[in-house]
Design a protein. Structure first.
Lengths: 120, 189, 193
């Protein structure tokens, strides 16, 4: 369940691209700046080395993982679709209930007017 | 600190240090998506995200000599982007996350994306403190593991794990609620 | 000369017209303070993406689903906020004023205004028209222990809404939109509060 949720969050949080207009503006402003003079090289906190590779096994794992992720994503989409459908029904039910209130008031008023007129 | 990586962009980095504009352009184009997305989801509005993205890359251009490899560049950009975003958020009054009603696209617009999950995620991001938000984004957007996140944010590893655990729990709680927002024990007339 | 004056007049008017383009989507407040007091709250926000997603899960062979699919065609959003309290007058009319004030803007026409002494419910229904086509509907229902706001955005087909009668209990309102705004229903005296 936790892995499912994590994979969904990864999918939802895939990076988004800026607009092309901004991108061009960004490149223009960065490249128009003269490069800084080289500073003395300093060590920065090290990065971990790349892990070992196992080509065939890794490829198979990747394919399997992608397949599972897609399946879980499809399941999640179905759940979301059913929830959205429920919300639509609920929204229309609430709307109709309140429309009915108005209808009852109008009907009641019409009945009273008719009674008054026939009684006069 | 360079490793034995054969990243082709390492050569572009060397050229960019020499002032070659094409190489610099390539580096910006390669990393802009990641930087922009981090900025956008941290700060919540496109304008602020674009400003921060520009500042980060301008700073990068001034510090290329201190960056050893493309991989190091990625680390540096994530670190600077998240730290500057956290600083901004701390300096200002709380910047509200963009509501779903507005046009800014915080999430991917792909067909397969889940709009309900996105809504829950947006609510979660809005609730998190800036450091916790950064942890979440570095984990699920940038796919860093907890020790890498701890190094990027200069944060204790246990704090990173704690933020992740709480965020997942909160997200799980939000997604488990499959009904429209409703308190128990009442019914309509 | 006359043409020049007309063009000049239109040129002056154009920015105002462009600026004042009516928007059928209401800016709904968060009502967070009221939600905390409420015993039950319903918050539904269905934007075009979610409506599209929901439509995919409707069964055309089911009469209710089929009627719903017809209503959803052309809709851009459905927004519902409804709060129920455990005592009378737990909310103030001023809490809803931020929404009412938007309905006083150009473009919105009050279609129905009812005040019921029997149910103590006040219901106002507004509609926004564009060339005799309904493009927005807003409903505010105030009851002693509940208030509800509904905003529907998009090409609302009132005939199709009528056809929901019997599915959700939607009544026929007998309002002909083609003739323009109907006069408001005659008011009953407001109940003493």
């Amino acid at each position: 369940m936790s892995e499912d949720l994590e994979s969904q969050m990864r999918a939802a949080l895939r990076s988004v691209a800026p607009s092309e207009e901004f991108s061009q503006k960004l490149v223009a402003s960065v490249t128009s700046q003269p490069p800084a003079a080289p500073k003395a090289r300093r060590r920065v906190a090290g990065l971990p080395l790349l892990a070992w590779w196992s080509s065939a096994g890794l490829a198979a794992c990747v394919v399997l993982a992608v397949g599972i992720q897609q399946h879980l994503q499809q399941q999640r989409l179905q759940q979301s679709g059913l929830e959205a459908r429920r919300e639509v029904m609920e929204a229309l039910r609430v709307t109709s209930q309140k429309l009915n209130l108005a209808y009852e008031a109008v009907k009641s008023q019409s009945t009273s007017l008719t009674d008054e007129q026939s009684g006069a | 600190m360079n490793d034995d990586s054969t990243d082709p962009l390492d050569e572009q980095l060397t050229k960019a240090r020499r002032g070659e504009r094409a190489a610099l352009t390539l580096l910006v184009r390669t990393h802009q998506r990641s930087v922009y997305s981090l900025a956008l989801r941290m700060l919540g509005t496109r304008d602020l995200a674009e400003d921060l993205t520009q500042e980060v890359f301008m700073q990068m251009n001034g510090n290329l000599s201190a960056i050893d490899s493309n991989r190091h560049l990625g680390f540096w950009l994530r670190q600077v982007t998240t730290n500057r975003a956290i600083d901004q958020l701390r300096r200002r009054a709380r910047v509200p996350m963009t509501s779903l009603d507005e046009e800014t696209q915080l999430f991917s617009a792909e067909e397969a994306s889940d709009p309900l999950l996105q809504r829950h995620l947006q609510a979660l991001l809005a609730d998190l403190s800036p450091p916790a938000r950064a942890v979440l984004l570095l984990r699920y957007q940038e796919d860093l593991d907890p020790p890498e996140i701890a190094r990027t944010l200069d944060m204790p590893l246990n704090t990173v794990k704690s933020h992740l655990k709480r965020s997942l729990e909160s997200m799980r709680e939000k997604t488990m609620r499959m009904q429209p927002t409703r308190c128990e024990g009442s019914s309509y007339e | 000369m006359r043409q020049c004056i007309s063009l000049w007049f239109l040129a002056l008017l154009a920015p105002a017209l462009a600026f004042a383009a009516p928007n059928p989507k209401l800016a709904l407040p968060s009502f967070s303070a009221l939600a905390q007091k409420a015993t039950e709250s319903v918050t539904i926000t269905l934007d075009p993406g979610l409506l599209g997603l929901a439509a995919k899960f409707l069964d055309s062979s089911d009469p209710q689903d089929a009627a719903t699919m017809e209503v959803l065609k052309g809709l851009q959003g459905i927004y519902v906020r409804s709060y129920t309290f455990d005592k009378d007058s737990a909310y103030q009319q001023s809490d809803i004023d931020a929404v009412r004030s938007q309905l006083a803007a150009p473009g919105w026409n009050r279609l129905v205004e009812t005040r019921s002494r029997k149910t103590h419910a006040d219901v106002d229904i507004y509609i926004m028209l564009d060339h005799n086509q309904a493009i927005g509907l807003a409903l505010i229902a105030s009851e002693p222990r509940q208030f509800t706001i509904v905003n529907i955005v998009g090409a609302i087909d009132l005939d199709k809404l009528h056809k929901l009668e019997g599915q959700f209990g939607v009544p026929k309102l007998d309002i002909d939109v083609s003739k323009g705004t109907a006069p408001p229903a005659k008011r009953e005296p407001a109940p003493a509060k």
